[in-house]
Design a protein around this ligand. Structure first.
Ligand code: UDP
Length: 330
């Protein structure tokens, strides 16, 4: 297919682009490079620097390259930041998606795979979370993802725009060949931050809160390897082509790890003591997020293939060989 990948220079987008090209898709990437890295974009993709808010640009690219489907990763995605600057999130994520849907409608592009989030669910007591759970986001980031999904739902009703929304739990790890990985500046995600300690980039890691209602008091998250996540996107595209119906799937592993357990696995794999300090809770954090992937398995035939050790060791492989990430270059 001819795919337009919005946000294809970011962490998840760039891994998707690499794999999509490997399996034979033609890929055009649009990325504003605010968080993305041009070095992460596969050299076989056509790269256009631009913003999803620029509807004219989207339309001209869709027409010029006769795009069949969009894969939408372009969003701000930091829970903590979204609590302090919610308008930035609503403007970029929601308005950006509106611009994309308008351009798609105008150009007759009627298939989209969307990068959604576990953050749409908010706090729940019973794990694992299925797609039927109530949506009560605890932060503006999750709220924007929910609104973006709703916009797609109504675009389907009105224009027959078919979408698959993939609600990611915690994505981590790196390409197994070590060529690309996670590089945010500043980094805020747990696994890359933990690995900054053995890289001598920070003396310890602060764990945000140890008074949650969990086994050891620290938050529990469900970590999914980036390659497994990418595989689900390819299946979602195939599903749109063969079934032509919209749907929503959780992507996780049904296994939760506490923040302290993650540090423990990293200590074992890096053979570094990785000191910790306990800090305040991070505002907006739900205590537990663990996915049921039953629906994705039943309908897409998808299941996770990599566990926490492969996730952390592949991330470690990337960070060891790219201690400065992509060199801070844009
Ligand atoms: N976390 C932490 N210290 C850090 C970064 C993250 O304790 O320096 C915690 C965070 O509060 C959450 C978990 O690690 O409980 C996962 O956070 P991350 O930002 O990686 O992903 P999120 O779950 O917010 O998408």
């Amino acid at each position: 297919m001819r795919l337009l990948v919005l946000g294809g220079a970011g962490y998840i987008g760039s891994h998707f682009v690499k794999k999509a090209i490997e399996v034979g898709h033609q890929v055009v990437v649009i990325d504003n490079l605010i968080n993305g890295h041009i070095e992460a974009v596969d050299s076989s993709a056509i790269f256009v620097k631009g913003d999803i808010l620029d509807k004219n640009l989207l339309e001209s690219v869709m027409k010029k390259h006769e795009i069949d489907a969009c894969v939408h990763f372009a969003a701000f995605s930091l829970v903590g930041e979204s609590m302090s600057v919610p308008n930035k999130y609503f403007y970029n994520n929601v308005t950006g998606t509106l611009s994309l849907l308008e351009a798609m409608e105008k150009c007759g592009v009627r298939k989209i795979v969307f990068s959604s989030s576990a953050a749409v669910y908010g706090s729940h007591k019973e794990m694992p979370i299925t797609e039927e759970y109530q949506h009560i986001p605890t932060n503006p980031y999750g709220e924007t993802k929910l609104q973006m999904e709703k916009m797609m739902h109504w675009a389907d009703k009105a224009y027959g725009m078919k979408y698959v929304s993939l609600r990611y739990f915690n994505v981590a790890g790196a390409s197994l060949d070590g060529s690309i990985g996670e590089d945010h500046n500043p980094e805020t995600h747990l696994i890359p931050i933990v690995l900054q300690v053995p890289l001598n980039k920070r003396p310890f890691i602060t764990i945000f809160g140890n008074d949650y209602d969990t086994i050891d008091g620290t938050c529990i998250r469900d970590y999914i390897h980036i390659d497994d996540l990418v595989d689900a996107h390819l299946r979602a595209l195939q599903y749109l082509v063969t079934k032509n119906v919209s749907n929503i799937f959780n992507l996780g592993t049904e296994k939760g790890y506490s923040n302290l357990e993650i540090v423990e696995v990293a200590r074992k794999l890096t053979k570094h003591p990785i000191p910790i300090k306990i800090g305040e809770r991070r505002p907006g954090d739900p205590d537990k997020l663990v996915a049921s992937f039953k629906k994705a398995y039943t309908i897409l035939g998808w299941k996770p293939t990599k566990g926490i050790e492969e996730i952390i060791s592949s991330a470690w492989g990337f960070h060891k060989t790219h201690p400065e990430g992509f060199g801070g270059k844009k």
